[in-house]
Each structure stands twice: as structure tokens, then as C-alpha cells.
Design a protein around this ligand. Structure first.
Ligand code: SDX
Length: 431
């Protein structure tokens, strides 16, 4: 659906028309392809603050209103009524599953959770204290060395098997990384357990005694995975799209997304929030840290605050904060002081002019670590947990990009500010 074009006048007086396109929701876009073809100029938007990179039907965010929709369904409703596997089906297929579709999907995922035994040997090669995100990106990338039967990106059946495999095996790989760090034996997945129950037993069961799954923990993880499942064209999802646009195999594209997620400005923030809260230590120190965050000469930032898109509350943070109350109470965990500190920090920051003027609110990463910690998950595993939830979003976007009729490799241009052409100088003539 197109509206009137924007009209521009170039420095030489020539008129340029840029067609406008409208989506079903959100801002219109300007099609700028002809700017280079007709005017030999590029647009320039470092960090892609105002650039639409693709057309998508998967997730919609309204950052001003704090709205997040997965295939049109508000995340608040999915958090309240759905399950992670049902949301995964929705993101992958575009519609909520029928009971038989969900049962088939659940069975398929349950029966793909084991790893090739050769992959398990990778873990014996890592240092005992290797960061689990390093192990996750390495082992997921290695899947392209095992699953050669699902590497044809133009084969729909192979794309489906890849999707089920990566969704099913991510928790197993994540748990294996944790067991290496813990110095404990790897625990095999069990097909009789649901998605989060299986992950909990792979993380925390030991051969020496029976393991009883805590239903509150399983429910909390399921909700966290729903909230982390997708988020439009964020850094890691755009990385998966960019890598996948070269036609590389899907496992390598997902491994690229895992690497991008690791950064503290992105999914690594949940780990950074816990470290920050521990550094703050006590509510009396909050003013000092808020002052550091406001100091332009100080690189310190209030981790878990701010967002490229949300200039209002991140709806996921609100849901997670409510879940913190419930989990801490039901788990009877001693982490209440950290949660109390986080609540106090939020209260101080949201009353501060700097945070108000810059629309800096708590984001998805601010409270999630409180819950992970209450479930006994070590801080270094927090971003791995984010990756488990986000993998289905990465797969959905990868598949949407791969199946586009006008698919092309992503290849941005630049504003060149280097030396003009010059001739080589023999070393003996250099001063
Ligand atoms: C995720 O994109 C997504 O959707 C990501 C995500 C997803 O689900 O995929 O939602 C998940 O990554 C959430 C964000 C987690 N990151 C953090 O919590 C790290 C702390 N936050 C920031 O570093 C920052 O807010 C970003 C990276 C999240 C957003 O950065 P932007 O959009 O590039 O904004 P910016 O860095 O230009 O900041 C604008 C201003 C700056 O001040 P000025 O230069 O204008 O004076 O706000 C300031 C910043 O200094 N600012 C902060 C701040 N965040 C921004 N100041 C103090 N503390 C902060 N946290």
C-alpha cells in the first residue's frame, strides 16, 4: 500500500521523489534505492537509528506506547495464557497452533533434544572456567559440521528440520556448558519432560541423587523464554539476517547471532546488571552510581536501563518485575536484598531528571537476572538463558529472510573519510 511520495530538491535543483510505503502498523518508510542510482548519494545512519532494514510480519514494537506484539498478539496475553512452545510455534508459523499441531510440535522438539555424541567431546576441550556464551557460540557453530542433511537453505523440509533441531538442542548445549563450569557430569535430556522441566534437570540433576523439578522454577523459565522469544530487528536478529543473507548455512547464521547477543549493550546486559547490583551493594550507594551514570566523562552506564526503541516502560520488564515478587516468595530465596536494591534503584532513577529527559526506563534485562539467580542459575549463564529464548525469534527471522522472493545479500555502503589515492613509497625512501 503506497501513499504520496516525499519530494526532495537536490543541490543542483533537480527534483527527487521518494516513494512512501505503509505497513499495517508503525511508521511509514521511504524507499531510497533511487537516491544512489539517480543522485549518486548514500543515506547515512550510523547504528541504524532511523533505518528499516527489511519487511517483516513477525513482531511489532511501539516504543512510545510500550507495545510488543508477536504475530499481532500482545506479549502480555501470551505471557498470561500461552506457553513457550506454543509461542515458538506462533513465531515460526504465524498462527497459534491447534491442539493436534501443538502436540505434534511438542513431540518433535522433545525427540530432537540429544546431541551427536561427538559434539559432547567439544566440552572436554574447553577450560573449566570457559564462559558459557563462548561455548554456546562455538558448539552451535559446530552443528554445521554434523547436520549436513539440513544445510540446503532452499529446501523447505530441511529448513523445518533445522528449526526443530536448533530449538530442541539449544537447552542441551546450554546445560552441557553449565555442567563443565560446575565440574559435574553432563546430564542427558529426557523425552518424558517438557521444555523447561528438561532444561532444569539437565542443569541441576546429579547422578548421586534423585532430582525433583520445582514447578515454580519451570513456570518462571517458560514465562522468561516467552518474553525473550523475539524483538523485531534487534542487534542479534539483524546479525542473523545479515549472516544468513550471504547464503551461509543456518547453524552458522545462528552462531553469529549468539555472538552479537553476548555484548553488554545487548543480551549481555542481564549478567552486567547483577554485577552492577553487587557492586552497588547497598541502597545508600545508589546516589553515587546514579551520578556516575549521568557523568558524560564516566563510561559507566546503569545496566538494564535504556533502550533503542522503548522510550517508555519495556512491557517485558514490567511482567518480569511482577514475576520476581512471586518467584522470590515461592522459592523462599535469600535474593530478596538484591531485588529490593533493584526496586530502590529503579525508584531513584525514574525520579531523576537525567533519566526522565532521556526516557531511560528499565528494560528486559534489568530484572531477569534476579529470577535466574533465585532459580540457582549462575550469573555467567544469564545471557545463555536469553539465547535459549531468542533462538526461535532468530530462526523465524532467518526463515522469513531466506524465503523472500527478492532475497539479496545485505551489503551497506559508507561515508569514506580516509586518504585520497596515493602512490606506494619504497621503504628506503620512507623517513
Ligand atoms: C536488549 O534492540 C533490542 O530490542 C534489544 C533487546 C532485545 O530484546 O533484543 O531489547 C534486548 O539489548 C536491551 C538493552 C540491554 N542493554 C543495557 O541495558 C545496557 C545499558 N543501556 C544502554 O547502553 C543503552 O541504553 C542501549 C544500548 C540499550 C541503547 O542505546 P542507544 O539507543 O544507542 O542510545 P544511546 O546510547 O545513544 O543513549 C542515548 C543517551 C546517551 O546520552 P547522550 O549522549 O545523549 O548525552 O542516553 C544515555 C546515553 O549516554 N544512556 C544512558 C543509558 N542508556 C543510554 N545513560 C546512563 N545509563 C544508561 N543505561
Amino acid at each position: 500500500m503506497s501513499k504520496e511520495a516525499y519530494k526532495l530538491t537536490s543541490p543542483d535543483g533537480s527534483e527527487i521523489e521518494l516513494p512512501v510505503r505503509s505497513g499495517t502498523l508503525g511508521p511509514d518508510v521511504l524507499e531510497i534505492g533511487r537516491l544512489y542510482r539517480d543522485q549518486r548519494v548514500f543515506t547515512y545512519d550510523p547504528g541504524f537509528m532511523a533505518t528499516g532494514s527489511c519487511e517483516s510480519t513477525i513482531t511489532f514494537i511501539d516504543g512510545d506506547e510500550g507495545i510488543l506484539l508477536y504475530r499481532g498478539y500482545p506479549v502480555e496475553q501470551l505471557a498470561k495464557y500461552s506457553s513457550f512452545l506454543e509461542v515458538a510455534y506462533l513465531l515460526l508459523h504465524g498462527e497459534l497452533p491447534t491442539p493436534s499441531e501443538l502436540e505434534k510440535f511438542d513431540t518433535t522438539v522433545r525427540t530432537h533434544t540429544m546431541l551427536n555424541e561427538g559434539m559432547l567431546r567439544f566440552f572436554t576441550g574447553f577450560r573449566y572456567d570457559a564462559h558459557p556464551m563462548a561455548m554456546l557460540s562455538a558448539v552451535v557453530g559446530s552443528m554445521s559440521a554434523y547436520y549436513h542433511d539440513t544445510m540446503d537453505i532452499d529446501n523447505a523440509e530441511q529448513r523445518d528440520i533445522f528449526a526443530h533441531r536448533i530449538l530442541a538442542k539449544l537447552p542441551t548445549i546450554a546445560a552441557a556448558a553449565h555442567k563443565l563450569n560446575a565440574g559435574q557430569p553432563f546430564i542427558y535430556p529426557r523425552n518424558d519432560l517438557g521444555y523447561t522441566e528438561n532444561l532444569l534437570q539437565m542443569l541441576f540433576a546429579v547422578p548421586a541423587e534423585p532430582y525433583e523439578i520445582n514447578s515454580v522454577a519451570a513456570e518462571a523459565l517458560d514465562l522468561l523464554f516467552i518474553l525473550h522469544a523475539d524483538h523485531e530487528q534487534n542487534c542479534s536478529t539483524s546479525t542473523v539476517r545479515m549472516a544468513g543473507s550471504s547464503g551461509t548455512n543456518p547453524y552458522s547464521a545462528i552462531a553469529a547471532g549468539i555472538s552479537a547477543l553476548w555484548g553488554p549493550a545487548h543480551g549481555g546486559a542481564n549478567e552486567a546488571v547483577l554485577r552492577m547490583l553487587r557492586e552497588i551493594g547497598d541502597a545508600k550507594n545508589i546516589p553515587k552510581f546514579v551520578a556516575k551514570a549521568k557523568d558524560r566523562d564516566d563510561p559507566f552506564r546503569l545496566m538494564g536501563f535504556g533502550h533503542r526503541v522503548y522510550k517508555n516502560f519495556d512491557p517485558r520488564a514490567t511482567i518480569i518485575r511482577e514475576m520476581c515478587h512471586k518467584v522470590l516468595k515461592q522459592m523462599g530465596r535469600k535474593d530478596a536484598p538484591l531485588f529490593d536494591l533493584a526496586l530502590a534503584l529503579e525508584e531513584v532513577a525514574l525520579k531523576d531528571d537525567y533519566f526522565i529527559e532521556k526516557n531511560l526506563y528499565p528494560n528486559v534485562d534489568f530484572y531477569s537476572g534476579i529470577i535466574y539467580r533465585a532459580l540457582g542459575i549462575p550469573t555467567s549463564m544469564f545471557t545463555v538463558m536469553f539465547a535459549i529464548g531468542r533462538t526461535v525469534g532468530w530462526v523465524a527471522h532467518w526463515r522469513e529472510m531466506i524465503t523472500e522472493s527478492n532475497r539479496r545479500i545485505s551489503r551497506p555502503r559508507q561515508l569514506y573519510r580516509g586518504p585520497v589515492q596515493r602512490d606506494y613509497v619504497a621503504i628506503e625512501k620512507r623517513k
